[in-house]
Design a protein. Sequence first.
Length: 401
Amino acid sequence: MPSDTSISVKALLLVFFSALLLLSAPSAPALAGSSSIPEGAKAAPGDGFIQAKAAVLVDAADGRVIYAKNADERRPMASTTKIMTGLVALEKLPLDRVVTASKRADAAGESEIWLVPGERLTVEELLEALLVKSANDAAVALAEAASGSVEAFVDDMNAKARELGLNDTHFMNPHGLDVEGHYTSARDLAELGRHAMKNETFRKLVGTQRATISWPGRDYDRVLENHNHLLGEVSWVDGIKTGYTSDAGYCLVGSGTKGDLGLIAVTLGETTAAQRDADTVKLLEYGFSKYKDTVFVEEREQVTALPIPYTIEEELPLVTAGRLEASIFEDDAVEKVVSVPEELELPVEKGATVGKVQIRVGGELHGEVDLLAAEAVGPATLGVKARYFWDRFMLWLGSSV
C-alpha cells in the first residue's frame, strides 16, 4: 500500500505540470462586453466622475456633446436664468438707454445692487450688475425697460427659449429665484450659453472679474465682484454664469477656450461652490483632452503644382498663403481638399491666388487657406506658342527616327 508521503509527492507533481500547461497555453480572446481597455485608450468617465446631479459638456462651436449626466432632467436653475435675461435685454435695448428703477426692482431682494425707486442707470450698467454681480434688482429693471413689465419680459424669454429649441426650459421670472414652473436642463443651458456667447457684449461681460458702475447720490461707485471665481484662477476660463438657491443647489454654466477651441460645461445641483468649481474644471479639462491640435499645412508650403500652358513639362508651384491648423476631436474623419483650376489662365503674377486648400471634418468645412503662385508666368504670346509647337514637333520628329 503506497505511503501518505508518496501520494503527496504525486499530487504536488500533478499540480506542478498542470500549472505549466496553463502558463504555456495561448491567451483566450476577451469576451464581448469585457471591461478591458486597450493601452493608451482613454476610458469614458463613469457615474462617479463628478458630483453634480446633472451635467453636460459640449463643443461651443458645433454643440457636440462630449459628456452628459442626466442632461435632460428638468431642474431649478437659480441665477443661470440671467443668461437668458441678459441675452433678451441685449437684443431689445440699446446700451446707452437710461433706465429708471421702479419700486418692483427695489423690492427684488437677495443678490442686488440696492437700487432705489427713481434711480437712473444705463442699460450697460444694469447689464454689468446683472451678469457680473448677479443682481436681481437689475434683472427686474432691465425686464421692465425692455418689455414694459416683468410678465411681458418673461413671455419674451420663453419665446426666445422656443426659438432656440430649449424644450426642457420654462421661465417664470428674470432672476431665477425658486418658484414652481421655473426650470431648465443641463443640455438646454449649454445650448443657451453657446448662443449667448456669440454676442460680443455678452461675452465680454461674463468674462469680467470686477467692474464699477455709478452710484447716484454717493461719493463712490458701486464695485461689482463676479461670483464665478474660476475667472482669473484658471487662465482659460472665460465665463459664463453661476447660480445658487436652496432648491437648485450650486450651479455653473462655465466656458473655457484654448486656441480656437471653446467648450461649455454645465453643472447643476452641486452641494458646495467648491465642488461645483472643481467639477466644472474637471469637465472642461476632460473635454480639451479629447481634441488634438493638428497642423495641416505650414505657411508657404508647396501643396501642388499646375502644368504651365505652352510649355513641355514645366509646372507652376502653388504654396499656401498661411498656416492651416485646427483642434480635431478624436476619431473624427478629416479630409484635405485641394481645389485648383483645370488649366492655368496666363499671365499669372507671383503671389496671385490660384486655388485653395480646405479641411473638412465629418464633411463640414473646418478651415481653408488660399494657394498662391510661387512665381510669375508671362503671357502666352505668339512667340511663346510658336516655340512650344516647334519643340513639340522636334520631339515628335526625334521619336519617329
